[in-house]
Design a protein around this ligand. Sequence first.
Ligand code: ATP
Ligand code: MG
Ligand code: MG
Length: 283
Amino acid sequence: MMHWSLRRQSSWVQLAGHQGNFQLSKGGEVLKLYSEPEAKCLDCLMRDPLKPFVPQYYGLVTRGEHCYIRLEDLLCGLRRPVIMDCKMGVRTYQEAELVKERSKTTLRSDMYHKMVKVDPTAPSAEEHTKKGVTKCRYLQWKDTTTSTSTLGFRIEGIMMEDGSVQRDFRKIQTLTQLTEALLYFTRSHLNTLKAYHSRLLDLKDALKSSQFFRTHEVIGSSLLFVHDHSKASVWMIDFGKTTPLPDMTELQHTIPWSEGSREDGYLIGLTSLITSLDQAISV
Ligand code: ATP
Ligand code: MG
Ligand code: MG
């Protein structure tokens, strides 16, 4: 039988995404189903000032029929980790997805049903009749009914030290509500709050000097907050929808999106988180 402390080291927790996208691995690694855009981003990131904020990328591996991206397991070595996934930016769909949808409309009944479950009045009469919504319509609805479009990010999920997971943070709309959530997540532990605050300030500096960040539209990427009784850190993960801009184009990441600008509002979200941690520290 494996010693309990060794077993803990390889514990795997997934707060977002399809369960089938990940495979367990040995030696402090996790395997994520290969996607070309994500692998390309990780390649660039390993040579960028953002490297210390991204899980180490060890290249590709094939398991059975599928190819996987080998990533550092950010939970490795933590005891009873507490985790929060924050999806960054003022929108979670790519401009390219919008354009594609205009030429070919595919209705999604799964997304229609998810929508109705939260708010039966949200779909239009036509959507009710067809019992379907387009993917972008669903993602836009979700962005505007969560803190995504206002605070520039939303909490996708939190796992507490007892393993319980919460995924419904739709009610968070203001910085004050966000501060309450952060106090709950850290159990108001001052050292944890301060460690997160200083890590995010360092991240902000690194983003300013990052060529990768200037030249990419960062969509659907998360900041993964991870702490246990003695350590706390934040990591940038999930680059499946992060794409390079056309030649010579650069983004500010600080301004609201208008179609064609490709602005993602990533820094609006980061500023909300830093401001809120500031408030939490001074409570
Ligand atoms: P989605 O696009 O729906 O958000 P995804 O399939 O692209 O999902 P990720 O967002 O990359 O997957 O990861 C899903 C979850 O898996 C994260 O919320 C986190 O809990 C966990 N996770 C991802 N990468 C790591 C890692 N390197 N170390 C530890 N945990 C990770
Ligand atoms: Mg994700
Ligand atoms: Mg993803």
